[in-house]
Write a protein that binds this ligand. Sequence first.
Ligand SMILES: [Fe+2]
Length: 383
Amino acid sequence: MLCRQRLRDAGYCQGRAEEFLPIAIDSAAAACLMLYLKWDRMLCLKWDSWLLAKKKILLLYAEIERDPEICTIDEKEDTAMSIWRLGYVEVRSLDLERDRHFWQEVGGLIETERGDGHVYLKCWDEQDHHSVILKQDTTTGIERLGFKVEGPRDLQEYEQKLRTAGVETAYIPQDIARGEALRFSTPSGHTVELYYQMEKVGNGMPRVNPVTPWPKDVNWNRLSPARLDHLSLPAADPSQTVAFFTDVLGFRLSERVEDDKRKTVAGWLFATANTTHNVSILKGPNAKLHHIGFRADDWTEIRRAADVLTMNDVPIEIGPTRHGITRGFTVYFRDPSGNRFEFFVDSVRPDPDDEPITWTADQLARGVFLYEKNMPESFMQCS
Ligand SMILES: [Fe+2]
């Protein structure tokens, strides 16, 4: 519905489909119509980044009376899907200067700002001002997380959805490098902020003819992740929190673990296409952090991360190895304060209309660590 409303507001969607059919036929994109016809959710996900010609396809599709034989419309059709990515996470540090040094000299993150007990960092291939905030504190764990949405209307839409669901919301003013945000708490007690503006600082590469594969100052003797990828959050009632992410925030499940009563006890949730998850929800204490995941390109990046950790005497908690869930490659470690981080790349790249993959609870250990078929006891700890 967000997509259709935007089309209407932009003047692309004011009449019946037949009136716009000639426009679509005139465009080169018309030939693609049948190819994209079944991808209704992909259209909604990607519409913002498509060229004008493809918007005309959207227009046509938004107004066309759908053929039930080729388009399956279910209860999720009207769910908002305007979250673009996990934008930032604020993590607590027991020693800010020590952890800042770790994340720069071992982690290879780029400091973009500091002050008032906080350090702002970004990964090398991110365009926005920051994705990781270190906060001086007396305990470890997660302070808040932010999802980037497209614009102010998304905040209004989500505010309405949250209020309808009985969730308290509050607009918070602009912060360092970030515009206003809509703040609320999940049933698991995690503070979430939706925002749509953040200062762009770039990735050190030109937007025209970027002829090198990475900026020349990236230090591959450091972890140097390309970008923040996902969070894993514990919840006392994971079924409730998974339902909150799907029913209120519009996420979809890529994979889930169910107990013998077929209740969801863990979920991997995505809001953006071509990733297994932006967030995973596991059984555990509310308001805590299980881990923060950085995205790697491929298996060799996971191996390199393990090498870098070893070179710097950083204990590896588990890995390099492979998950059954997501079929991802992974290595886990802790920062000096004890917060768990992951270098990760997934192999499952679900489409929004894929049925979630289900794991039964008796196969959970193989789902989490496919090779080891076992989870170390430390892995159950949260910060
Ligand atoms: Fe992860």
